[in-house]
Design a protein around this ligand. Structure first.
Ligand SMILES: [Mg+2]
Length: 186
C-alpha cells in the first residue's frame, strides 16, 4: 500500500494572526481573536473597499506567526505521509489582485518551512478537488468528502459542539501536538 496523503491548510492551521494584525493596524483597534466568531474578520470593517486597498499594499505573511509545533510536526509527518499544503489565496473583495497573495504564500512557505518544496504546494479555491485521505483544516466545508477529517481549532470554530462534529465524523485538534498524537501516535 502506498503512503497516505495529508492535506494541510495554511491560514489558521500553520500560521495565524496576520490578517487580524492588519485589521487592527487599519482601524486603530486592538481586537483579539476572541472578539470574532465570524470566519470573515473583514465583516467588521465599515469601508471594506478602502481596507482592501490598504491590505494590498502589505504582505500579510510579514505579520503572521507560526502556530506552535507546526514546523516540527509537519516535518515529522513527511516521513510517513505525502504532505500537501492546500491553501486558498483569493479574497473575493479583490479578485483580480489576489495573485499577489499567492506569491506571498509561496515565498513564506519556502522561507519558513525549508524542508517543503513546491511539489508540496497546492494553491486552489475549491479544496474538494484535492483528493487526500486526510485533511487538516479550520473550516468544516474544506473537510467534506475526505476519509479522515481533522478540524483545527480556531476562533471561528471553537464553539462547534462535539456531537455536531461527531455526526460528521470530524475529529477536533487543538494544536499540532494533537495532530502528532492522532497521525503519528506519539
Ligand atoms: Mg484556514
Amino acid at each position: 500500500m502506498g503512503q497516505q496523503s495529508v492535506m494541510i491548510d495554511m491560514d489558521d492551521v500553520m500560521v495565524r494572526g496576520g490578517f487580524l494584525y492588519l485589521i487592527n493596524e487599519y482601524l486603530g483597534t486592538s481586537y483579539t481573536e476572541d472578539d470574532f466568531n465570524d470566519f470573515h474578520m473583514q465583516n467588521i470593517i465599515p469601508d471594506k473597499q478602502d481596507f482592501f486597498k490598504y491590505f494590498l499594499t502589505k504582505n500579510l505573511y510579514d505579520y503572521c506567526e507560526i502556530n506552535e509545533y507546526a514546523d516540527v510536526v509537519i516535518k515529522e509527518l513527511m516521513d510517513y505521509y505525502q504532505v500537501y499544503i492546500g491553501t486558498a489565496y483569493v479574497f473575493p473583495e479583490v479578485l483580480r489582485e489576489s495573485g499577489i497573495i499567492l506569491l506571498h504564500k509561496y515565498n513564506f512557505l519556502l522561507e519558513k518551512f525549508p524542508y517543503l518544496t513546491p511539489q508540496n504546494f497546492v494553491f486552489l479555491m475549491d479544496k474538494s478537488v484535492l483528493n487526500c485521505t486526510i485533511k487538516i483544516d479550520d473550516s468544516i466545508k474544506n473537510l467534506s468528502g475526505t476519509e479522515r477529517k481533522l478540524l483545527y481549532t480556531a476562533y471561528h470554530n471553537k464553539n462547534i459542539e462535539k456531537k455536531t462534529l461527531e455526526s460528521q465524523k470530524i475529529e477536533r485538534v487543538d494544536g499540532w501536538l494533537d495532530v502528532r498524537r492522532l497521525l503519528l501516535k506519539k
